[in-house]
Design a protein around this ligand. Structure first.
Ligand code: NAX
Length: 337
């Protein structure tokens, strides 16, 4: 059997982690023959809860799980890790301004970026789930200059999975037959779920999703809105935010990064923008990517109509604003030193 690899999950006492840790420890991400050492990072008030999570992981008697290390110290949490799931973040509290939320998260992701830089493996793959995910990933990467920027990503896979499920329902086929549905931009309500390049299999023939649905008003209207507002709909129904589906999406994201995508198929990831499709550079923007040998590459050459272009512009502008606000918080805290 292979040597164990170290994986960290932050926010390990929270609700997404409760599903995520089990999925990882079962081998669903790194393979059923890859032993694991799990690092569980949370904040000091949650240390007691972490102990309970450790007990449950032990009680699962999972053959791949060699060790579980609970900690509230980022330098211990990120020590020698090969993959990092950054789930923990400051949640929005009642009466909290957007700027206050951003400010709290900028500080968290600065500390975590610095710790990754100092103690993680240099080829660590970092997935940011905690919101605002794209901008948190941007901040984290900027404080980890010794780790390549390509190793930082933000999660839009939950949005992709939601969009794929909606299309499969509409077409009356299994989700496994639908591919290449794209999420562009920010993991926020400005994201653009795009089915124009989607494909599906029926009776062993590959067909175009948009041609089969043949309903522009649905694809530009109800479909986009359902995906954009799905998080809020889950909260309204469950009185808690998406957790099981978020954990599954985090596994899918890291699984595909680790193992690659099938030929001709792409997935969506928030990654550093190189300006492709007229997106702003130097923000974490969700693009369709293909993955080979643990390296992602933006899918180039897709044709975008004017509607899609206007949606990409809007979400790109929001990301620039968020980045600039994050940078101004960092400047202000630097000048207060
Ligand atoms: P919970 O509130 O259940 O758990 C968050 C955990 O993070 C808590 O245990 C908290 O103590 C911990 N935490 C806070 N600051 C930390 C720090 N500095 N270091 C380590 N741990 C820290 O939230 P949960 O439902 O698990 O959601 C976690 C995050 O995922 C939230 O920011 C949420 O908005 C975000 N989401 C992102 C999604 C995406 O698609 N990108 C979808 C799901 C989810 O809404």
């Amino acid at each position: 059997m292979a040597e164990p690899i170290r994986i960290v999950v932050t926010g390990a006492a929270g609700q997404i982690a409760y599903s995520l840790l089990y999925m990882i420890a079962r081998g669903e991400v790194f393979g059923i023959d890859q032993p694991l050492i799990l690092h569980l990072l949370d904040i000091p008030p949650m240390a007691g809860v972490l102990e309970g999570v450790v007990m449950e992981l032990n009680d699962c008697a999972l053959p791949l799980l060699r060790e579980v290390i609970p900690t509230t110290d980022p330098n211990m949490g990120f020590k020698d890790v090969s993959a990092a799931f950054l789930v923990g973040a400051m949640p929005r509290k009642e009466g909290m301004e957007r700027k206050d939320l951003l400010s709290a998260n900028v500080k968290i992701f600065k500390v975590q970026g610095q710790a990754l830089d100092k103690v993680a493996k240099k080829d660590v793959k970092v997935l940011v789930v905690g919101n605002p995910a794209n901008t948190n990933a941007f901040v984290c990467a900027n404080y980890a200059p010794s780790i390549p920027r390509e190793n930082f990503s933000a999660m839009t896979r939950l949005d992709q999975n939601r969009a794929t499920a909606q299309i499969a329902l509409k077409l009356g086929v299994s989700v496994s037959n639908v591919s290449n549905i794209i999420i562009w931009g920010n993991h926020s309500s400005t994201q653009y779920p795009d089915a124009d390049h989607g494909k599906f299999f029926i009776e062993e023939t590959q067909k175009s999703v948009s041609r089969a649905i043949n309903d522009e008003s649905y694809l530009r209207g109800a479909f986009v809105e359902t995906v954009q507002k799905r998080g809020a709909s889950v909260i309204a129904a469950r009185k808690m935010s998406s957790a099981m589906s978020a954990a599954k999406a985090a596994c899918d994201h890291m699984h595909d990064w680790w193992n690659g995508t099938a030929p001709g198929q792409f997935v969506s990831m928030g990654v550093f923008s190189d300006g492709s499709y007229n997106s702003p550079k130097n923000v974490i923007f969700s693009f369709p990517v293909e993955i080979n040998n643990k390296k992602w590459k933006i899918v180039e050459g897709l044709t975008l109509n004017d509607f899609a272009k206007s949606k990409l512009k809007l979400t790109g502008e929001e990301l620039q604003e968020e980045r600039n606000e994050a940078l101004s918080v960092l400047d202000a805290s630097a000048s207060n030193l």
